[in-house]
Design a protein around this ligand. Structure first.
Ligand code: SAM
Length: 269
């Protein structure tokens, strides 16, 4: 259903003017997660029931704050039942509970782009794997991908998604990626967390002498802070950045592809 038709229908059912309906929502499998604006609790309930019936969903959640470190959303179930959901994207099955785990459909292009960059037979470390958004599509191409995850609930779904997608080359690591035991092993390190910069030194240690890091960050528009930091690091041969999506009115979700040569650093000293 087109969004205009959907708003029209929800407005008719609830009696709430279209201009007052929330515009920011994400449908995942049979659930919808809505970021409400200034609607009253009574109107939220009406809107939730209308979505449940109109789109034949199982659950309607309101999203509140998102914990920064583990990216755990605080959600409230407004209508339906709380249950794990399955989202299928490009034939890959992602199963998770949207009430406690973030899933950003807005990162789909980045998932494609990254998978396309991985060369056959590489060893990859995904330092912030979540439920396997990056790791699962990459797994069939690589020799090994180590997928680190610190949150036990996300880790549970990472294991489930490994099994559902027969990702035999994916080796889950439960714990802090800062303590990941293998170093000098990876051709590529994925850092899909906004605190990635704090873990950059560890990523260098995980890489073989040469390799690539994909570092994600929430960065103020036109800020050059991360670029300036990378310019100072001797291991960095070059880097490119691109916007993944808008994150807030003043901030973009960015990804930096960083090409590293640790020998360059030693020979310069
Ligand atoms: C934003 S999610 C990213 C998931 C996925 N890479 C993506 O792009 O959609 C970040 C994940 O990193 C996990 N995490 C946070 N700090 C971590 C750490 N120190 N070690 C391992 N995992 C961590 C969180 O629990 C969360 O599941």
């Amino acid at each position: 259903m087109r969004r205009v038709d959907l708003y029209d229908k929800i407005s008719t059912i609830t009696g709430i003017p279209e201009k007052d309906l929330p515009r920011n929502f994400q449908i995942i499998g049979k659930s919808i997660i809505i970021n409400f604006r200034n609607n009253s609790p009574e109107n939220k309930g009406k809107i939730a029931k209308a979505y449940l019936a109109t789109l034949k969903l199982w659950s309607v959640y309101e999203i509140g704050r998102i914990d920064d470190a583990m990216r755990i959303p605080s959600t409230e179930l407004l209508a339906g039942v709380r249950t794990p959901m399955t989202n299928v994207e490009d034939g890959i099955i992602y199963r998770f509970d949207p009430s406690v785990i973030m899933f950003s459909k807005g990162n789909k292009f980045e998932r494609h782009r990254l998978t396309g960059k991985v060369r056959l037979g590489e060893t990859v470390v995904d330092m912030f794997a979540g439920i396997g958004y990056f790791s699962i599509p990459i797994a069939p191409r690589v020799k090994r991908i180590y997928s680190c995850e610190i949150n036990p609930v996300s880790f549970h779904y990472l294991i489930m998604n490994k099994k559902l997608n027969h990702a035999e080359n994916l080796f889950p690591y439960f714990g802090n990626s800062g303590d990941f035991p293998y170093e000098n092993v990876a051709d590529r390190v994925i850092m899909g967390h906004f605190d990635s910069l704090q873990f950059l030194a560890k990523a260098f240690r995980i890489l073989k002498n040469e390799g690539t890091i994909h570092l994600h960050a929430a960065e103020r528009r036109n800020s050059e802070l991360i670029g300036r930091k990378l310019d100072q690091l001797k291991e960095v041969v070059k880097y490119e950045s691109r916007k993944v999506k808008s994150y807030s009115p003043s901030t973009n979700h960015m990804v930096y592809d960083i090409y590293v040569n640790k020998n360059k650093c030693k020979s310069d000293q």
